[in-house]
Design a protein around this ligand. Sequence first.
Ligand code: OAD
Length: 246
Amino acid sequence: MDIPIPPELVRILGQAGRLTVLTGAGVSQESGLRTFRDAQTGLWKQYRPEDLATSQAFERDPQLIWDWYAVRRSRAGEVQPNPGHQALVVMERRSSNFTLITQNVDGLHQRAGSARVIELHGNITRVRCSRGCGLVAAWEEIPGQLPHCPECGANLRPDVVWFGESLPRPALEAAVEASRNCQVFFSIGTSGLVQPAASLAYAAGHRGAVVVEINAEGTPLSPKADFVLLGKSGEILPELVQQTWG
Ligand code: OAD
């Protein structure tokens, strides 16, 4: 397939030392994972994801929320990283200074081979104590339906950020720093509706970075971006990497 990549972008990328990339659910769509705002299927059709991903929902019905995450987690484990994830691994290896920030909790960037990933919204493959005693563990280390914290006995919850919760501070600080100090900022596969992740592209642009959006459709960021490449990240990213770094 012929994907038009602006030659000017290839030239800029070839010369830029500091690249920062923010990804969202669209990057995992071609692996077979539904994006966050896609309709839910089956049993879960009656719920909006926004109503399940909250601490209030977990307090009300921990088993329901645990089951929803168990489905999402097993689905994430069944699928494979796609050419978009793989192109970002090449980008990391070829750039002198590269930062990958993701809103995705599926762990696919890490499985593709990205060495350093800033996880803004946590990771579905980990659990932590819902009371906040500090316990964090891999999900498989703690089997069972709605398991309890081995340290303090409270319910365990997925180690993800829910609506209304703060982002992990070290991750957010590193993301802001990398966005302010890059020469090119990519926003890929994200609707740009959730703060503070959505603000990172604007922070980069204000500091003079070239802002590039790769997305299936236009978003609120599009009018502010220097380049908007509309289409699938699993097709555009490999082509962009190939044209820039061969
Ligand atoms: P969304 O589901 O809001 O947006 C996904 C974006 O990807 C949409 O704009 C799609 O058009 C685009 N898209 C779909 N398929 C694509 C493809 N193959 N290639 C490129 N783009 C594609 O997901 P996010 O922006 O990641 O947070 O959502 C951000 C956050 O909202 C999530 O991390 C989640 C949710 O609240 C928490 O759970 C805290």
